[in-house]
Design a protein. Structure first.
Lengths: 227, 423
């Protein structure tokens, strides 16, 4: 899998490259519009991470170029401007996803995986880990091909962890990801714990071989079965 | 006090002494003139009597139907020499025909006949009643005062409004002026130099205010945007540490704490951006949103999040309440109001949400009233809460301003109540 990172900020470029290389992607980078335009014209990539605010041009124009050249690269827009207009415009112009800054590395990885999976399978997008398969679109979870009924929050938590296997997640980050801004001033994370307890029990009861482990009492990590 | 009232008041006050002075002068001059005329008549009359008497002719009859009267008294020399020979004075005279006394003008003349006998002739003609005159003049003066006052004030009013029209146009414009909104230019259809200058000054001040407002807004927006990338870098580096290094419990805890603080900054930054966007009017798309539905969904969320504190809630909502708003702003509005109620409620208290007519009321138990003048200000916090942005109610206010909804806070029956009115 070959990725292109178009980002002008060296530090962010570096950590994105490091994280993606670690996931065994082949990563190339471009620091400005001209360099990116040249690379896109010369090579083809599986996925392009595109910062739309570049020093010498607008990333959305690159998107237009891609379309004109009839290239079928997946594009994820990364923008400091969390504006609906940019998002709608970008998606209209053929981008596959839109990720506002600042983002979590795990979020970026999850989005890339999701985009690539969608591109490969043409719509069917089950996440599979061990004997658990999760379909984000239809909100269905199967363990050993048997449907596992989950409540909405339980499903959201499982989806979040399935997208970030082996990644240590702080309770507050999880709360914000699942409960949104509503949870940002909660004085304890009892509500996270309550949902998590139910989800873990359901997974165990269904015989799932993945496990969401509590780490040091303030975080969780999804551990897939070792092969 | 309005300027015109002040002018009217001053005019009326100024007219009182002026008219009083004028009335006094008028009275004195009138009396003087009447006395003068009476004195002339007295002089003629007394001359006639003296001439007739000295000539030994028949004196005029005492009662000739004119109420004039005279008396001739012989006097001795000493008395005659001790008095002035002509003396005018006013006195009350008894008129036998009428059987009453009347005010009269009297001339007393002392004369000598051929035999060196001194006589005193007193001639009296009835004159006017001074009280009557004064009363009449006073009445007329008061009448005149009011007529003058009404005339002067109405003329002044008319002239004032005519000439001050540009001033009132400017004042109305100032009332409507809000920096950041699309403001019409200062109305300037006047040829009066002073008003023109005033308008120019107002326009300049307004432009400056607009410019500063715009700069400030842009500054906040730009600063927040610029912060996004370094925040992303920082967050990702922490995550990298968590995922790629062997860490003991203390280290993980420390990194998580850093992550939470960072999360706080990120939220603060996002909220500032959101505020800027609302104030820039960047939420044009409105759709029909059901406020009741939003409330129900969010109350369920908050009940879950704050379940450990034993906060209960009750709602009195109609089936639906559809308004035309941007759905993310509607959600921001309700969410921040509810969050505010839940965060600041003590354990085991009650939150009440009701929607009656067009008014949404969110009430939670409390001890002391909040400072209603400042709770909607940015970063105003009664007591600092960890993780709070201090922008929640500022957001609520911004959304309300954006849609011209009225928002109010009142402390009623031991409850903090927030009211939003859709009209």
């Amino acid at each position: 899998m070959k990725l292109l990172i178009i980002e002008d900020e060296p530090s962010l470029r570096e950590i994105m490259q490091r994280a993606l290389t670690q996931e065994r992607y082949v990563v190339e980078t471009a620091t400005n519009y001209a360099e990116a335009d040249a690379k896109i014209a010369a090579y083809s990539y599986d996925c392009i991470l595109l910062d739309i605010m570049l020093p010498d041009g607008n990333g959305l124009q690159l998107l237009q170029h891609l379309k004109q050249q009839r290239k079928r690269e997946n594009v994820i827009i990364i923008s400091a401007r969390d504006s609906l207009d940019d998002k709608v415009l970008g998606l209209d112009m053929g981008a596959d996803d839109y990720l506002p800054k600042p983002f979590h590395t795990a979020e970026l990885l999850a989005r890339i995986k999701s985009v690539l999976r969608r591109g490969k399978s043409g719509g069917e997008m089950a996440l599979i880990l061990g004997n658990v398969s999760l379909e984000p679109e239809s909100s269905r979870v199967r363990v050993n091909d048997k449907e596992l009924p989950l409540l909405k929050k339980e499903f959201d938590i499982l989806l979040y962890f399935m997208q970030r296997p082996n990644h240590l997640v702080d309770k507050s980050v999880l709360a914000e990801a699942v409960w949104g801004d509503h949870a940002d001033q909660a004085d304890n994370f009892q509500f996270v714990y309550a949902q998590m307890k139910n989800l873990r029990r359901k997974l165990v009861d269904a015989g799932a071989d993945i496990e969401i482990k509590a780490v040091y009492g303030f975080g969780y990590k999804l551990v897939p079965p070792t092969e | 006090m309005k300027l015109i009232s002040r002018i009217a008041l001053r005019l009326s006050l100024f007219l009182i002494p002026l008219l009083a002075l004028w009335a006094t002068l008028f009275y004195l001059m009138t009396v003087d003139e009447i006395n003068d005329e009476a004195d002339d008549a007295l002089e003629n009359y007394s001359e006639l009597i003296i001439i007739r008497m000295l000539a030994g002719r028949e004196l005029p009859p005492l009662n000739s139907g004119t109420n004039n009267s005279y008396s001739i008294t012989p006097i001795d020399k000493e008395y005659a020499l001790s008095k002035p020979h002509f003396e005018y004075y006013d006195a009350e005279v008894y008129i036998p025909e009428k059987e009453e006394t009347e005010p009269a003008r009297i001339l007393s003349t002392i004369f000598i006949d051929d035999d060196d006998n001194y006589y005193e002739l007193k001639v009296a003609i009835p004159t006017f009643e001074k009280d009557d005159l004064i009363r009449t003049i006073l009445f007329l003066i008061v009448l005149l005062y009011f007529i003058l006052l009404i005339t002067i004030i109405s003329v002044t009013l008319w002239v004032f409004h005519r000439s001050m029209r540009p001033l009132y146009a400017l004042l109305q414009w100032l009332d409507e002026f809000t920096p950041g909104r699309r403001n019409a230019p200062v109305p300037d259809d006047t040829h009066i130099t002073e008003f023109h200058k005033l308008n120019m000054a107002a326009q300049e001040a307004a432009n400056r205010a607009e410019e500063l407002f715009e700069q400030q807004k842009q500054f906040i927006g730009n600063a927040s945007h610029e912060l996004q990338t370094p925040l992303a870098v920082l967050g990702n580096r922490i995550e990298w540490l968590l995922d790629n290094t062997e860490l003991n419990e203390n280290q993980v805890e420390e990194l998580f704490k850093m992550q939470r603080s960072l999360g706080h900054i990120v939220r603060l930054n996002k909220t500032l951006l959101l505020l800027t966007k609302i104030e820039n009017g960047q939420f044009p798309e409105n759709s029909d949103v059901d406020i009741c539905l939003i409330i129900c969904e969010q109350i369920a969320l908050y009940d879950e999040i704050y379940a450990s504190r034993g906060i209960t809630s009750s709602t009195h909502l109609p089936e639906t309440f559809i308004v035309s708003m941007n759905d993310s702003l509607a959600s921001t509005l309700i969410s921040n109001l509810l969050k505010n109620a839940y965060i600041h409620s003590a354990p085991h208290t009650h939150i009440e949400v009701s929607l009656v007519g067009h008014t949404l009321k969110i009430a939670n138990d409390g001890d002391t009233p909040l400072d209603a003048d400042h709770i909607f200000d940015r970063f105003y916090q009664g007591h600092k809460k960890e993780g709070s942005t201090g922008l929640g109610l500022a957001l609520v206010k911004a959304v309300c301003r954006y849609y011209n909804l009225s928002i109010a806070y009142r402390f009623e029956d031991g409850k903090h109540c927030f009211f939003i009115d859709w009209e």
